[in-house]
Write a protein that binds this ligand. Structure first.
Ligand code: B4P
Length: 195
């Protein structure tokens, strides 16, 4: 079983690459961004609270996303592997994930970190904002706030996995296919060494 953390700043290509990775490896896809957006769409209390924060580019509380992930792990006990997209986003979330997986005798196999310069992130997100309707993609100030949240709270998560020897950086600028092939090469290295 391969459990992959797909990591990177907002707009790095996590959601984009996840789609292709699911097709190839039959991972169960767990995107906290998608889970939160479906709560917002359904108009739940959790969704209403999350929307206020997300619309300002701020992370939602750790307890909320950890609870969502726990429910999903329980619902997919027979999965071949998981791809964690946009989670963990804080060290507290990373510690909680290790704990949850250990209850199933599992652990994170690797973290693939997509590396993309800030200017490129801004261009991509503003472009997506023209059609996505996502409030958090609409202007430069908000996107800058999301990148600031990433640098302050999320970037330290990379060190957490570096210490475990699981950190695999991949250059995230170029064609989607080229980046996909480089991610697969990292997964296959780890997958091969576990057999
Ligand atoms: P997410 O939904 O995770 O939002 P994201 O980081 O913007 O998405 P992603 O990074 O997957 O987008 P992609 O690059 O694929 O989170 C949204 C919000 O939810 C957060 O700000 C936070 O408030 C909250 N949240 C989520 N998880 C949380 C957690 N664990 N804890 C607390 N809060 C949490 O796509 C970007 C664009 O780039 C696309 O238009 C794509 O087409 C384009 N693109 C992709 N690859 C490209 C390439 N190679 N070249 C050119 N363009 C490319």
């Amino acid at each position: 079983m391969i459990n992959l953390v797909l990591f990177g700043p907002p707009g790095a290509g996590k959601g984009t690459q996840s789609e292709n990775l699911i097709n190839k490896y039959q991972f169960v896809h767990l995107s906290t961004g998608d889970l939160l957006r479906s709560e917002i769409k359904a108009g739940t209390e959790l969704g209403q609270k999350a929307a206020t924060l997300m619309d300002q580019g701020i992370l939602v509380p750790d307890e909320v996303v950890i609870g969502m992930i726990e429910n999903k792990l329980q619902a997919h006990r027979n999965a071949k592997g998981f791809i964690f997209d946009g989670f963990p986003r804080t060290v507290k979330q990373a510690e909680a994930l290790d704990k949850l997986l250990s209850q199933y005798g599992e652990n994170i196999s690797l973290m693939v970190a997509l590396e993309v310069p800030d200017q490129e992130l801004l261009t991509r997100l503003l472009e997506r904002g023209k059609s996505s309707g996502r409030p958090d993609d609409q202007n430069e100030t908000l996107i800058a706030k999301r990148i600031e949240e990433y640098n302050n709270k999320t970037a330290p998560v990379a060190d957490f996995y570096k210490k475990q020897g699981k950190f695999h950086p991949v250059h995230g600028v170029g064609s989607i296919e080229e980046i996909f092939n480089n991610i697969c090469a990292e997964i296959d290295k780890v997958d091969g060494s576990t057999h």
